[in-house]
Ligand binder design. Structure first.
Ligand SMILES: Nc1ncnc2c1ncn2[C@@H]1O[C@H](COP(=O)(O)OP(=O)(O)OP(=O)(O)O)[C@@H](O)[C@H]1O
Ligand SMILES: [Mg+2]
Ligand SMILES: [Zn+2]
Ligand SMILES: [Zn+2]
Length: 631
């Protein structure tokens, strides 16, 4: 790759975005398409929509989030619909601070960062273009130049809404540089950029004593104050606080409730009236979406304080709970590992799943439903079917507890445990057992786990372990059965011959002696029992298979070993039961004979080639399953 060519292309692309003209040109532009005049809230909402919206079961899924946020569809739908969408329509919520409230490491900061990056990108597109008065420290909307009395007419003419006043700096320049000639005021396109401090501001509380309000609202410019003589001369003021810079975009308040109260009061008028006070100036208009985040404990302390009532009523609190789906949790871990310095390590199949099972269990609350337990609930939440329960049960459980997902183990803790296990043992590959062990040890080190919780959590670790044992056995079983594929096929054909004879009241012919035989009931049952088909249900099951076969043959398709999911499972299980001794011996013997060695190599190869194992974890798996079978 020619790096400098690429850089030149990149610069050229950015230059193409450049636009400058007069206010008159800008008005012409708005006549064609008024969208550049939209509010910051609307721009964020348009940005979200521009990535696409899917509708699944009447729920909206905003694809914008799907690259980085997993399992929070419900919370995100609510966030977008109740806040961004309504705010974009200029409903009252826009005048409130958006407060994301949720447990530690639940993705709040990630969501805000995504919004910021998304807005930056969006401002480079046609639809998201932002124009500003050239030279304005707050890159303000040029329409502010229009005198208030004329606004209603012009709004009508252009199909826009005009809110806010010229900033002190532009008001002065309009007089001094342009002689009041609005038409010729220069306008330019701006690209939102946190790095360049355009349209994105971030504030995080520091020591309350040293924290300066100037960080938010700008400050007197001591280098020019003597020249201009007065603090109320805009040329002697730096409009470079975060609130100034965030104009037209997003203002992020990190750990907002840790802020000193006097900082928060500034936000009151900003959200309510769209302006804030700075220095000796009249109120300064700002159009920005304020997002803050905090955890539940801080939020509770905040609302408990009567003094905060006014502020509280100006906030919209959106819960951002933990993900509650095992398979989505796995994706979170995979993402975090890919971002970390352990990406070279091999993660054995099911290792992340085992961890996720544990973590999700710590987050779930026991349902009051008859016959429901945490493991079943966990499965249903993850989209699996659980016998005896319906879709409506799932919905009811999801609404059973408001605070479900607000506590439990956080993803970062899991990743920290995995990485410390890797470092401590200098492993090249980490498997489910290593992970569970690391999590178990971590229970003592987690700062906020009580003794009582610890016991509950230990139990979850053993549940996760059991789940893993089943997965491990199944995997080895499959790999073995595969090397016995011939046998599986024979057993399958044999079963079909038998059920055919059974259903048609006929006899089978012994291929060797030609002798007539009754269908082998024991053989059929030994297969069917593997998948829990009762004596009463066997006839229906057999008939269903025959119907399936004839419908296959009518369509000219061959019904084979893998055509019927349940039958295939039954055959594999039966074969595995028959093979159990072979597997047991093969996987646990210290001195395998030639034949066993050959089989082990075949199975290992299959695990590596087709199931994502490396030589290390494939061998560990075989040994582990061997020990399980020998118990
Ligand atoms: N649901 C999720 N989907 C994807 N990643 C997630 C999810 N929840 C947490 N993470 C990841 O976990 C890490 C911690 O999340 P983040 O820092 O955004 O949380 P936070 O809510 O801001 O936490 P804190 O309260 O500690 O500031 C991030 O790398 C984030 O990407
Ligand atoms: Mg955070
Ligand atoms: Zn200005
Ligand atoms: Zn491995």
């Amino acid at each position: 790759m020619d790096i400098f060519k690429r850089i030149a292309e990149y610069n050229a692309e950015n230059e193409k975005l450049a636009w400058s003209g007069t206010f008159r040109d800008y008005i012409e532009l708005l006549r064609k398409d008024p969208s550049p005049a939209m509010t910051a809230h609307a721009r964020v909402y348009e940005m979200l929509k521009s990535y696409g919206v899917e509708e699944i079961d009447g729920r909206k899924r905003y694809k914008f989030f799907e690259r980085e946020i997993f399992g929070l569809d419900r919370a995100l739908e609510r966030l977008v619909e109740e806040y961004f969408h309504s705010a974009a329509k200029r409903l009252d919520v826009r005048k409130r601070i958006l407060l994301l409230m949720g447990p530690v490491s639940g993705g709040k900061s990630t969501i805000v960062t995504m919004l910021k990056r998304g807005l930056e990108q969006f401002s480079k597109t046609d639809k998201g273009a932002v124009y500003a008065i050239k030279g304005c420290p707050m890159h303000e909307e040029p329409l502010h130049l229009i005198p208030h009395e004329l606004r209603p007419e012009i709004e009508q003419e252009l199909g826009v809404r005009i809110e806010g006043n010229l900033c002190p700096s532009c008001a002065m320049r309009l007089k001094t540089e342009y002689g009041g000639d609005i038409e010729n005021v220069l306008v330019e396109r701006v690209i939102i950029s946190e790095e360049n401090r355009v349209g994105i501001g971030t504030f995080s509380p520091s020591d309350p004593k040293s924290q300066d309000i100037a960080d938010l609202t700008g400050s007197i410019d001591f280098s020019t104050i003597t020249e201009y003589g007065s603090e109320s001369d805009p040329r002697a003021y730096r409009f470079d606080g975060e609130l100034n810079k965030a104009n037209r975009g997003i203002m992020e308040f990190q750990e907002m409730l840790k802020c000193d109260e006097k900082f928060l009061w500034h936000l009151l008028s900003l959200t309510q009236e769209g302006n804030f006070k700075a220095g000796r100036f009249a109120l300064i208009s700002a159009d920005e979406l304020i997002i803050a985040h905090t955890n539940e404990a801080e939020y509770k302390a905040f609302i408990a304080n009567k003094k905060n009532e006014a502020l509280q009523s100006r906030m919209i609190v959106m819960p951002i709970p933990y993900n509650l789906k095992v398979s989505e949790e796995e994706k979170i871990y995979a993402k975090l590992i890919a971002q970390s310095d352990m990406k070279h390590v091999h993660i054995a199949p099911h290792a992340l799943r085992a961890a996720a099972i544990f973590t999700i269990l710590t987050r779930l609350k026991e349902s009051k439903k008859q016959g429901m337990d945490l493991v079943k609930k966990m499965r249903m939440y993850d989209g699996e079917e659980v016998e005896g329960f319906k879709e409506s049960d799932l919905k009811e459980m999801q609404d059973e507890y408001l605070e479900e997902g607000m506590s439990g183990i956080d993803p970062r803790h899991v990743i920290n445990r995995i990485s410390s296990a890797l470092i401590k043992q200098d492993l090249q590959c980490i498997n489910a057992l290593d992970v569970l062990r690391a999590l178990k040890e971590g229970l003592d080190q987690h700062p906020s786990i009580t003794k009582e919780e610890r016991d509950r959590y230990l139990n979850f670790i053993s549940i996760a372990r059991k789940e893993y044992d089943n997965l491990a056995k199944k995997e080895v079983q499959k790999a073995f059965v595969y090397s016995f594929e011939e046998s599986a096929r024979t057993l399958f054909e044999n079963y079909l011959d038998n059920i055919e004879a059974y259903c048609n009241w006929t006899k089978l012919k012994d291929p060797l002696t030609g002798e007539e035989l009754d269908p082998d009931e024991r053989l059929m049952r030994s297969i069917e029992e593997q998948i829990g088909i009762s004596e009463n249900a066997k006839k229906a099951f057999r008939e269903e298979i025959l119907i399936r076969i004839s419908s296959y043959s009518r369509r000219g398709k061959k019904f084979d070993y893998s055509s019927h999911e349940r039958l295939r499972e039954a055959i594999e299980k039966k074969l595995f039961a028959d093979l159990k001794d072979i597997v047991k011996i093969t996987t646990s013997t210290k001195t395998p004979d030639e034949n066993q060695l050959k089989r082990i190599n075949e199975v290992t190869k299959r695990l590596i080639d087709e199931h994502g194992y490396c030589p290390v974890c494939a061998n560990e798996l075989l040994r582990y399953v061997g020990s399980l079978l020998n118990r």
